[in-house]
Design a protein around this ligand. Structure first.
Ligand SMILES: [Zn+2]
Length: 212
């Protein structure tokens, strides 16, 4: 990898990468061509570090539905900042085995708590609707809980007057990202606890720094 003089501001860190000799890997945000772009970087000089970073970048592109340029910069096709969502995508990408091929997650999960099959439908213009299918309990409550989980995980807005719909502030479709977040939405409390624990270790940027 070439020498990077300005890689931007670090917004997330995996302090010990379990798949590559416990090196630390950071996610950085910068402006490129007038738009927010993201970079994955390690200061490690170990042989193979470049390949490891490239594997995380490839996985993020798939899991987050992001575009990757020839310099391995990542951006969302909508050109907007999705800081919280991109951090989640980064953390999930780092968990993947480097040899595994990342695949976009379906917009459908089995909600173990209720036994319901949860499907998220894209309604266009960045609006997504959570629906439940099959036999299960607490249908309405689980739908609104999971919609709330998506909002908390990715700073998505509620569609006012509904309990089952959310909308991306950029008004663009983000299917891959919704699929990725949906996996965690039923356990949103555990995920947020994990984030808080990380933040208290000084790993995460303070919320006040999440502009955009
Ligand atoms: Zn967007």
């Amino acid at each position: 990898m070439g020498q990077t003089t300005d890689i931007g501001r670090r917004i997330e860190l995996v302090p010990l990468d379990p798949h590559f000799g416990d090196v630390s890997i950071g996610l950085y945000r910068q402006q490129y061509d007038g738009e927010p772009a993201y970079r994955v970087h390690t200061y490690s000089h170990r042989a193979g570090a470049g390949d490891r970073i490239a594997s995380v970048v490839r996985a993020m592109a798939v899991l987050g539905g992001m575009e990757r340029d020839s310099a391995d910069r990542l951006r969302f096709p909508c050109g907007h900042v999705h800081n919280l969502a991109v951090k989640r995508v980064f953390l999930e990408a780092c968990k993947l085995e480097p040899s595994a091929t990342a695949e976009p997650r379906p917009l459908e999960i089995l909600d173990k708590k209720s036994g319901l099959q949860i499907k998220v439908l894209s309604e266009g213009d960045g609006v997504y609707r959570v629906t439940a299918h099959g036999e299960g309990k607490d249908r309405e409550r689980r739908i609104s809980f999971i919609a709330g989980g998506l909002m908390k995980l990715a700073e998505i807005d509620e569609v006012s007057g509904t309990l089952d719909q959310v909308v991306f502030p950029c008004a663009h479709v983000h299917d891959a990202m919704i699929g990725q977040l949906l996996v965690r939405a039923p356990n949103v409390r555990a995920v947020l606890r994990e984030q808080e624990a990380a933040a208290s270790r000084g790993v995460l940027a303070a919320p006040s720094q999440q502009d955009g």
